[in-house]
Design a protein around this ligand. Structure first.
Ligand code: DGL
Length: 311
């Protein structure tokens, strides 16, 4: 397909002619840019690798500024915009995945406004799947303070409760939990995050299968699925955990497909050489490397060195 034709299709799909073309040219062979305040987005990266095995990926951890969850919207928007610009200009990313609920709530609209025509996938706490799943009608949500205080979250909650009037949500802002998961990746014994979890789960209310108990738990921060094996034993049997990794990966796939930007899946010999992965960190390269080794290893061998990003 010719370039002009391809870009015409992208414009048509994204904005039915209303949006202008991106300032950089979008190339189907270009990587997908993925970003989080730190290591949390690896839980999304893993889902992206599974759903899009033919796609090259560039992951940025803004570890010099993690966590975002207790920062101001202006700060988060400034960091998100700078990283989006870097992924667009230095890597020519064909799609941006904001693998951070906090940054998505505070800044996805800013990135979209600044980059008309550039496909951007934002993440949100999985309230919709949770509402479908719950039997008791009571869903718990763990997320950062900033996500829970956002207008985006309020609108999502209102939309889901109006579609599922028998469902109610209880939320707890988990101050310090993402930061303790970052520390855990550096080799901690996990006791700090276990203690914090116990406190926050206790604040949610009764969990379990009893009539009014919370039977479905939403992990509304991409860091939390990384410690699923700590969360699960703290829950009574029958409490179902949902996160947003898989839905986001599926959404990214659909978006690439509908814009003509999806790379064909590797076949034959090509399937033996996996798509490339670059890992960048604005802060500790060791933390991201250790986290990737722990959480991505089975899917991405050999792991690349983590590059320092001065931004
Ligand atoms: N992983 C992020 C999220 O999904 C941010 C955690 C933080 O930086 O506080 O919200």
């Amino acid at each position: 397909m010719g370039k002009a034709h391809r870009l015409g299709r992208i414009q048509g799909h994204l904005g039915r002619g209303r949006l202008s073309l991106p300032r950089h040219s979008i190339d189907r062979a270009a990587p997908i840019g993925v970003f989080d305040s730190g290591i949390g987005g690896l839980s999304v990266l893993q889902a992206l690798r599974a759903a899009l095995p033919g796609e090259d990926l560039v992951y940025v951890a803004d570890s010099a500024h993690t966590p975002y969850g207790e920062r101001s919207d202006a700060f988060i928007a400034e960091r998100t915009s700078a990283i989006a610009r870097h992924l667009r200009d230095a890597h020519g990313a064909k799609l941006l995945v904001i693998a951070c609920n906090t940054a998505s709530a505070a800044a996805a609209h800013v990135v979209r406004q600044d980059n008309p025509g550039w496909p951007v996938v934002a993440i949100e706490p999985a309230l919709k799947p949770a509402a479908h799943h719950t039997r008791t009608g009571h869903v718990g949500v763990l997320a950062t303070r900033s996500t829970l205080a956002s207008r985006k979250f309020a609108a999502l909650r209102a939309a889901v409760t109006s579609a599922h009037q028998d469902v109610r949500f209880s939320e707890v802002a988990c101050d310090g939990l993402a930061a303790s998961i970052e520390r855990c990746a550096q080799g901690g014994d996990g006791s700090a995050s276990r203690d914090l979890l116990a406190r926050y789960l206790g604040q949610l209310g009764e969990l379990g299968a009893a009539a009014h108990a919370i039977d479905t738990l939403v992990l509304g921060c991409t860091h939390y699925p990384l410690i699923r094996e700590q969360i699960q034993p703290q829950l009574p049997l029958g409490v179902y955990i949902v996160d947003s990794g898989l839905p986001v990966a599926r959404h990214a796939r659909r978006l690439l497909h509908s814009t003509g930007l999806l790379r064909p899946e590797p076949l034959g010999d090509e399937a033996l050489s996996p798509a490339s992965l670059r890992l960048l960190a604005t802060g500790s390269v060791h933390t991201l490397h250790a986290a990737a080794q722990r959480w991505l290893r089975p899917m991405a061998a050999p792991l690349p060195d983590v590059e320092t990003l001065a931004l």
